[in-house]
Write a protein that binds this ligand. Structure first.
Ligand SMILES: C[S@@+](CC[C@H](N)C(=O)[O-])C[C@H]1O[C@@H](n2cnc3c(N)ncnc32)[C@H](O)[C@@H]1O
Length: 203
């Protein structure tokens, strides 16, 4: 398919999408907010006072939602891209896979984090296996990092792409956490291989 036909299809799809329309009403910067809202409805994760790390946070809809629900809690939002500011949020612009960025995050922490969440994704190639492997590597990096910074009853949430790396990611999750679930929210596009892994309680 030609490039301008693909982008026309994308624009039409966005116009029809109820979550895109709702995000404009609710003031969210991206439709992704509704995936996290569904995750929270199912797993009851967020409440006032929690400290949360949002990795791959731009343009910021997950942090916007969390900022509303944790109220006087603490949020650190990290992305390669610069973001507009969000109430109650410390923002870091950097590459999560860079050890210096991880040091910068740790320097901001006095206690363990209650939630580490990652919606990191590389620019998709359209080749499902490559997308799954690359996003899987980011998920594993975030999971290993969370082991060092999360409190004993903390939650880890991450985007994954169903594919070759799925079993490996679930196995790593089970090695680090006592409870591991995989969940695809309704608001995650049906034609996408995207899903989410939700882990709880460090071993
Ligand atoms: C799907 S978007 C996140 C959407 C976000 N959850 C929201 O609700 O607005 C994925 C983000 O991951 C970021 N990302 C990808 N690789 C990264 C890395 N190595 N370090 C930091 N951010 C990264 C991208 O820049 C992109 O903004």
């Amino acid at each position: 398919m030609k490039k301008n036909k693909i982008s026309k299809n994308w624009v039409n799809k966005q116009r029809r999408d109820i979550y895109v329309r709702q995000s404009k009403v609710d003031g969210y910067r991206a439709r992704s907010a509704y995936k996290l809202i569904e995750i929270n409805e199912k797993f009851k994760i967020f409440k006032g006072g929690l400290s949360v790390l949002d990795i791959g946070a731009a343009p910021g809809s997950w942090s916007q939602y969390v900022s509303k629900v944790v109220k006087n809690g603490k949020i650190i939002s990290l992305d390669l891209k610069k973001m507009e500011s969000i109430k109650n949020t410390i923002q870091i612009k950097g590459d999560f896979t860079d050890p210096n960025t991880q040091k910068e995050i740790k320097a901001l922490l006095s206690n363990g984090l209650d939630v580490v969440m990652s919606d990191m994704a590389v620019n998709t190639t359209g080749i499902k296996n490559i997308d799954s492997i690359q996003t899987g590597e980011l998920c594993k990096e975030a999971m290993n990092f969370s082991k060092e910074v999360i409190s004993p009853n903390g939650f880890f949430i991450s985007k994954i792409f169903m594919g070759g790396t799925f079993n490996e990611i679930v196995a790593l999750g089970k090695k680090i956490f006592k409870e591991v679930k995989v969940f695809k929210p309704q608001s995650s596009r049906k034609d996408s291989k995207e899903s989410f892994i939700i882990c709880k309680k460090i071993r």
